[in-house]
Design a protein around this ligand. Structure first.
Ligand SMILES: CCCCC/C=C\C/C=C\C/C=C\C/C=C\CCCC(=O)SCCNC(=O)CCNC(=O)[C@H](O)C(C)(C)COP(=O)(O)OP(=O)(O)OC[C@H]1O[C@@H](n2cnc3c(N)ncnc32)[C@H](O)[C@@H]1OP(=O)(O)O
Length: 208
């Protein structure tokens, strides 16, 4: 099969910390720009002027850039960084981003606030976004603290009721394992309780 490489990169963790602290506020500002673009009600001239400003900023950043996506890199200290990841990427304004917390006992959880950029039905989280976030949390759950690589094999969602935009919690845990197959269960919940239940088979690929 073909997959981009996990690249061994000897950048020290302290330098990764410094770079993340540099880029995170930029990604936050771009995320805010996305939200503002959806919700603004300013006049036409202001929209056109803002578009020109944003185009100038894009040109400034593109003065020097990677040829392709950011990929996943890791160093000998077992520090991994995947800055472009659609769910947790520290430099990706499309990612909420999810901050995953590993609890004693094997549960993995994340608290997140989803705004206007993640809307599907009016006022509700897009079903595909719910699946995106759950998929990632479940993949990380199956990978057991990056001790192994797993890929999503099959993912099943049960949407029990609409998930309102706003503060949400995701939780995942390993249900059982069978050879290279890791069965994971997870939930997405608002303050009133579970809105989406997911179960999936995550597979340690033959090549890993
Ligand atoms: C190397 C250095 C590593 C360093 C790592 C460091 C840091 C890592 C840091 C971060 C990681 C970053 C992100 C990861 C976290 C989350 C990402 C979210 C998850 C995703 O977003 S991931 C993308 C979507 N995902 C795909 O893109 C998969 C495409 N697909 C394939 O890559 C293959 O298809 C694969 C691998 C699935 C199987 O390939 P294979 O050759 O290994 O499997 P094989 O045929 O040997 O089957 C073995 C047993 O699994 C059963 N089985 C097979 N396929 C199944 C399926 N689909 N569903 C249910 N069961 C299935 C068989 O029935 C058999 O079962 P049995 O043994 O009982 O017969």
């Amino acid at each position: 099969m073909s997959i981009g490489e996990f690249v061994h990169d000897e950048t020290p963790s302290s330098e990764i910390d410094r770079l993340e602290a540099l880029y995170r506020p930029l990604a936050d500002a771009v995320r805010d720009l996305v939200d503002a673009t959806i919700r603004t009600t300013v006049d036409d001239a202001t929209i056109r002027r803002t578009q020109a400003d944003v185009e100038a900023l894009v040109a400034r950043l593109r003065a020097r850039q990677l040829d392709g996506p950011a990929g996943v890199r890791f160093n000998s200290e077992a520090r991994a960084w995947n800055w472009g990841n659609a769910v947790v990427g520290q430099r990706n304004a499309l990612a909420p981003p999810l901050h995953l917390v590993r609890d004693p006992g094997g549960l993995l959880h994340a608290d997140v606030v989803l705004g206007a950029a993640y809307e599907g039905p009016p006022g509700l989280v897009h079903g595909g976004v719910a699946a995106l976030l759950l998929d990632h949390l479940m993949g990380e759950t199956a990978s057991a603290g990056h001790s192994r690589v797993t890929l999503t094999g099959t993912l099943t969602m049960r949407y029990r009721r609409g998930t309102p935009l706003g503060p949400l919690r995701l939780e995942g845990r390993i249900d059982r394992e069978d050879g290279r197959k890791v069965y994971v269960v997870a939930t997405l919940a608002d303050a009133e309780g579970v809105t989406v239940e997911a179960d999936g088979v995550f597979i340690v690929p033959r090549w890993a």
